[in-house]
Structures are given as C-alpha cells and as structure tokens.
Design a protein around this ligand. Structure first.
Ligand SMILES: CCCCCC/C=C/CC(=O)SCCNC(=O)CCNC(=O)[C@H](O)C(C)(C)COP(=O)(O)OP(=O)(O)OC[C@H]1O[C@@H](n2cnc3c(N)ncnc32)[C@H](O)[C@@H]1OP(=O)(O)O
Length: 711
C-alpha cells in the first residue's frame, strides 16, 4: 500500500509500503493512484514527494505477481497520470530505485537521491524490458548512448553516476526549493522531450545490436531492448510506447522470461539452505571469520586468497614449495589490486602474509586447503592441520569431488570439517559448493555459507558424494559427448550444438580450457585407464570411451599444450581451430574398433548430452544430495555456464516436459543399454506418474515420497 501525510507547510508525502523492497504490487499501485488523487484535491498541497518505507524507494514491479493474472491499476497509465499532474511531484530516492521503481521516478518531475542509493533498469536480467515507459523516457533524459548501455545490460549505479547524467537533481537543495510551485512543469515531463541521439545514430544502433546478439547467446530480451530504444530514437513518444508494449508482451509470454524470473528466485532460495538433519540457516549460528589461511598457492589457492582478502579478512597464504611461493607472492598482490580496481574499491581491504611454514596457520579461525587434487596428499595436510590449529578452527577443503568424510575422519573435530568447492578463477566465479558430510556441524556449514555470501558468492549446500552436485552431473554429459564422437560426430559439431543452445563454450572447448589431464588423472585413480588396463570399450561393466585418454597419451592436454580437441596458436593460446589430426585420429579409432561413422542430427546431440545430465540431476535429488531443483539450477547457471535464460537443467526439464524427457531417455537407453546414466531415474518416473508437477512443487513432492519410502 501507500500512505499519505502532510509535511509541515504545503508538501504531501506519499510513502510506498511493501516490505522488504516496496515492490509495486497491486496494492501499492492502488495506494499510489489514491494518494496522488488526494494530493491533487487538497488545495493546501502545492507539491508532492514520493518515497519508500524503511530507507528503500522501490525494487520495481512485484515479480511474484508475474505468475498470476494482472490485478489492480496498471503501471503505465499510473505513471503517465503522475507525469501529467500540474503540481510538481518529486521522487525522493533512498536505498534502491530499480526497474518499475526507477520508471516511476522518471514519471515524476524531479528526482533526488541519497548518495548511496542504487538505481538501474535490470528488467533485461528478468527476460523483460523496462515496460512502464522506461525504454522511452530514459533515453529522452540521458541520451540514447547512455540509455542503450544501461538498459541492455541492466547495470545498476549509484547516484553520483546518475547525477552526472542529469537524471538526478542536485541533492543539496531542499525538496521544497526543488519543487518550486508555480514554475512550468512542461520541460520536466520527459515524454514530451526529444531523444538526444549522436550524429551516427544508425551505426550506433547497428553496432549495439551486433554486440548484444553476440553477448546474449540466444536471449531475447537484450535484442528487444535495442529494438525499443530504436523506437525511442526514431518515433514520437506515443508510437514508441506502442512498440514498447508489443515487445514487452512478446517477452512476457516467452519461456525465457519465466526461466529468468525462476533463476532470480532460485538464487535466493538456495541462500536459505537446509540439511536433511533439519539444520538450516535460521537455526544455525554462523561464526564471523576475520583471520583465515589458504594452503596451496596454485591457481585455485591464489584465487581463494584474493576472494578472502577482498572481504577484509586477513589471510595467511601457505605454500611449501619455495618456487611456487615466490611466484605467488608476486602474482597474488597484483591480482588483488586488479580485482579491487574492477570492483571500484580504493584499496584492497584484507592483509595477506605469505609463508612456507604450515605452523603459521595456528592463530587463524578457518583454513581452506587447496593443494593438488590427490587424496593421500590432502589427508596428510588435514592430519597436520588438526595438530597445529587451535581447537575449534574450521577446516575446509577446496576439493572438487573427493570424500569430505575421509578428510574429517583424520581430524580431532570432524564436525568442523566441510568442503568449500570454488570454481576457477576463484575470485571471479560466483559459485561456491559448500559440502557437508554426515558429521559436519550446522555451525560449520552456516559459517562456510555465510563466508561465501560475504565473498559475493552464490553458495549452495550440497551433500558429500563423488563429484558433489556439479561435477557429478558433468560426468554423464562428458561421457555422452565422447560416445557421440565414437559414433560419427566431430568435436566442432557437438560444440556448435551446445553453443547454439546457449552455453558460452561447447563441451570440448571447455575441456581444452580446463585441461584434459584433470579428468585423465581421475579416471586413472578410478582404475578406468592406465598401465595394465585393457584397451576395450567396456570397463567396469559399462560402456567406456578411451578417446580422451588417448588424446592425453598423445601429449594433447588442451590449451596449455597448444593442442587438445582443437589446435591453438601455441601453449596457452585461446583461439580454438579445428585440427586435421583429430579427424584422422577419430577415423583410425573407429576403424580399429569396427565402428561405422553415421551422420548425427543436432537434436540427438543435444538430447543425449543434456538429458543424461538432467537425469543425473534427478538421481541427485533422489539421493538428497541437493535440497531442491533450485540448488542444482543455481549451481549450473553460476558455475557451469548453463544459459540463464533456460533457467537451469531442472527448470529446463520442466519446460521441455517431464514426460518427453522420460520418453527420450527410455529411447536412448534402449539403444545404449550399456550406459547406466541413460536409465531414467526413479524420481523422474514418479514425477511423471503423478502428472509432472511444476518445478516449484518438486521439493515438497520429494519430501513426501521420502516419508512414504517411495524413493
Ligand atoms: C503484469 C505485467 C507487468 C509488466 C510490467 C513489466 C515491468 C517490469 C518492471 C520491473 O520492475 S521488473 C522488476 C525489476 N526489479 C528488479 O529486478 C529488482 C530485483 N531485486 C533486486 O535486485 C534485489 O532484491 C534488491 C532490490 C537490490 C535487494 O537486494 P537485497 O540483497 O537487499 O535483498 P534480496 O535478498 O535480493 O531480496 C529481499 C527479498 O525481496 C524479494 N524481492 C526483491 N525484489 C523484488 C521484486 N521486485 N518483487 C518481488 N520480490 C522482490 C526477494 O525475492 C527477497 O525475498 P525473500 O522472500 O526474502 O527471499
């Protein structure tokens, strides 16, 4: 709702009230309409100020309402009516003015803001465009060039940025002096102004469209934003508004908008974690960490040190190999400086000390081990840590899939051991998997989750199983990609299909980037390859492709060696080019194994890679290794490049239709009975059997099924 009060003198104050962010729900819109009317009717009122309760102007349209029918007064005529009134109206912005909130402010005649307020039009991130006049009013106020950047990226900025664009009035003036009654408001009505455009407007729009299409990888909203701004640049306001409405309707009804809105809420759902034990964010106390240590200063360790230091934590960075330590003590401060600059921090807040002595971690509150991914080495480090650290120190491992319980078992306090699985580069990537074992205490999980949040990560609590959630699902995906090569596809064909779907990189380009030796080592440890293992295509009772092992054996480890599934300009080269060697190698391989190459349709490539991955997601939910589909989807969107406009693998399964996924998995499993990952999960079958409920209902369904021992 919105409340009305009279300030001393002649100013009416309208306060938006809808905690926590004063979103423009039907009740708030109705409140605005009513209170503006009241101010207009009151002869003693000469000016109006609109503000938000609890130091927040407005977080925009109420996204929760998008799923239902539109009730209450619509936003566009409401804002238009405010702009048209003949008493000056000012928006007094504290906290946030986002989306519809900023559009409301653009309909006011004046805008003033607190220096720390954040403003922006983030609709594009929800699969929409600023559809309450924002795409037409903003460029008329700040010019087409600046508006294009803000609207197509959804970036938020503080008031000094917007003051420089003349979106805000000078803050030092009092509201009553800003809203001087009697002055003509004509020039304050943004809809009546021309849109300032640069001389090369067509070229600017064309270039922006090309850039946006490249960046958006199939997302509709950024393209629609450019189209709406083209209209603002070339059409009168009324026609521009019609274009805005048409584009918004198309976007609003698209699956992409639903996916992006789901992604918005799932990011928040995973923050409210809960464990099968009943421990959760609201009953577990997190410790505040001020001193931490990182053991191992390879690529991951260095990134983790920077991520911690950026939050203001003092870090002891330990590396026992002198050469690596010397290098890290040069590189890490430079990384920290660069990242602080990127985040507009004047000076990096945390202090880092480098050491080659494990003993130096004895005073810290939390340790993150980031040594080489080798169980015996990690066990050795954990045995050492538990003897040198103060009792009560949290011991975390950055393992990407090894058993947390085994590490916990060698310490004096297994309850204080959790996994903190970062993604490279650790100071940049948003995802953190917080891995709990049966003995991890709620306090340890809460502290790791809280620390992740402080580092700006999307932290997801996951159970302890090989590969945890993300890498466990990656395995069947990679496996299918290799089988497709055996059957006749090329790495480029597979990658093109996945990139067309929206991944920034196909599976083979991604593997080259990560290094092919990572998986090779894991397969060797699992006894799947290496000396003494017979070179067959069935291993440990299931279909196995030795292709990636053979590529590694040829010395092709990916970008770092300049050769992998593709060729590069040299070691460390970034641009992937197809390699004749790979084609010859695949032909020879198929001939050796009596395989006849067939032409494989893009649909089959996509189905087999994605549905195998999705099927493993259902198995993970069934095994209670992730609390809900939102957790899996957040992991894939923030850690594995899953296109956000497809919501995440589990959301995508719902969009495709669970019945269809089941039927296609059955089909592929029938054709490949020696591939257990294609066997449809029991949970998927159960969901289909009860009529394929929407993804938001799965968590409840799984819990019920578990109670009734159906899973
Ligand atoms: C029916 C047709 C109408 C078509 C009109 C189309 C026009 C649309 C214009 C729009 O305005 S679209 C919405 C644009 N606004 C946004 O995208 C802002 C989204 N919110 C945020 O970015 C952040 O939440 C925040 C406002 C910066 C606050 O961040 P903070 O970290 O402080 O808190 P959160 O944990 O993110 O949020 C707290 C709480 O509030 C819920 N919430 C936030 N924004 C909205 C919103 N716009 N609508 C509904 N709910 C919102 C959020 O989900 C959290 O809820 P929880 O239950 O506590 O998890």
């Amino acid at each position: 709702m919105a409340t009305y009060s009279r300030l001393p003198g002649s100013v009416a104050l309208i306060t938006l009230q809808n905690p926590p962010v004063n979103a423009l729900s039907a009740a708030v819109r109705q409140g605005i309409v009513d209170t503006v009317q009241r101010a207009l009717k009151d002869p003693k009122v000469t000016s109006v100020v609109i503000c938000g309760q609890n130091g927040k102007f407005c977080g925009g349209a109420d996204i929760r309402e998008f799923a239902g029918p539109m009730l209450g007064p619509p936003l566009v005529p409401m804002i238009h009516a405010i702009e048209a009134v003949d008493k000056p109206v000012a928006a007094a912005i504290e906290g946030v003015a986002l989306g519809g909130g900023l559009e409301l402010a653009l309909g006011c005649h004046y805008r003033i803001a607190h220096s720390k307020a954040l403003l922006g039009l983030p609709e594009v991130t929800l699969g929409l465009l600023p559809g309450a006049g924002g795409s037409q009013r903003l460029p008329r106020l700040i010019g087409l060039t600046a508006a294009l950047d803000l609207i197509t990226t959804g970036r938020q900025h503080d008031s000094s940025f917007f003051s420089s664009l003349h979106l805000l009035c000078v803050c030092s003036q009092s509201i009553s002096s800003v809203c001087v009654s009697g002055q003509s408001l004509d020039s304050r009505r943004l809809s009546t102004l021309p849109c300032p455009c640069p001389p090369d407007v067509d070229s600017l729009l064309d270039k922006t469209m090309v850039k946006v299409r490249q960046r958006s990888r199939g997302a509709l909203a950024p393209v629609a934003c450019v189209q709406a701004l083209m209209a603002a640049a070339s059409l009168p306001y009324t026609q521009g508004m019609e274009k805005e409405r048409d584009l918004l309707t198309t976007l609003f009804n698209s699956g992409q908008a639903r996916a992006l809105q789901y992604a918005f809420f799932s990011q928040r759902v995973v923050g409210k974690w809960s464990l099968p034990s009943g421990a959760s964010w609201d009953n577990s106390a997190a410790r505040t960490i001020s001193k931490a240590a990182v053991i191992g200063l390879g690529t991951m360790g260095r990134g983790i040190v920077v991520a911690l230091a950026l939050t203001g934590i003092s870090v002891v960075a330990v590396e026992t190999q002198e050469k690596q330590l010397a290098e890290a003590s040069q590189v890490v401060p430079a990384m920290l400086q660069r990242e602080a600059g990127r985040r507009s921090l004047a000076t990096p807040p945390g202090v880092i000390s480098f050491s080659s002595n494990l003993q130096d971690v004895c005073e810290v509150e939390l340790v993150i081990e980031a040594v080489f991914e080798d169980m015996s080495l990690k066990l050795q480090v954990f045995r050492h840590l538990t003897s040198v650290c103060r009792p009560g120190t949290l011991l975390c491992s950055n393992t990407s899939g090894l058993d947390i319980d085994r590490l916990a078992a060698v310490t004096q306090s297994p309850g204080l051991v959790v996994g903190m699985h970062f993604f490279a580069p650790a100071h940049v990537m948003k995802l953190l998997e917080v891995v709990y074992g049966p003995r991890s205490s709620p306090e340890a999980v809460a502290t790791a989750m809280q620390l992740g949040k402080r580092m700006g990560k999307v932290s997801v609590a996951v159970g302890n199983c090989p590969g945890f959630v993300g890498n466990r699902m990656l395995k069947p995906y990679l496996e299918q990609a290799n089988f497709l090569l055996e059957e006749g596809a090329t790495p480029q064909q597979v990658d093109e299909v996945l990139e067309e779907f929206g991944f920034p990189m196909g599976v083979f380009r991604m593997s080259d980037l990560s290094g092919l030796d990572v998986g090779w080592r894991i397969r060797k440890e699992a006894g799947l390859t290496g000396p003494g293992v017979e070179s067959t295509r069935t291993r440990q009772g299931r279909r196995y492709s030795p292709l990636p092992d053979q590529v590694c054996e040829a010395g092709r480890l990916g970008q770092k060696t300049g050769r992998g599934w593709y060729q590069y300009d040299g070691p460390g080269g970034r641009v992937a080019r197809s390699d004749h060697w790979v084609n010859i190698f695949l032909e020879a391989y198929r001939a050796e194994h009596g395989l006849v190459a067939r032409s494989i349709a893009p649909e089959e490539i996509l189905e087999r890679c994605l549905y195998a991955l999705i099927n493993e997601g259902f198995n993970i939910l069934q095994d209670a290794m992730a609390a809900g589909p939102e957790d899996i989807d957040a992991i894939y969107v923030f850690g594995y490049g899953w296109p956000r406009h497809h919501g995440g693998p589990m959301f995508h399964a719902g969009q495709v239709g669970l019945g269809r996924i089941l039927e296609r998995l059955q089909h592929h499993h029938h054709n490949h009975p020696d591939v257990p990952h294609l066997k449809p999960s029991t949970l998927l079958r159960r969901l289909v059997a009860v009529g394929s409920p929407p993804v938001q209902k799965w968590r409840e369904f799984i819990n019920k099924e578990r109670v009734h021992s159906q899973l």
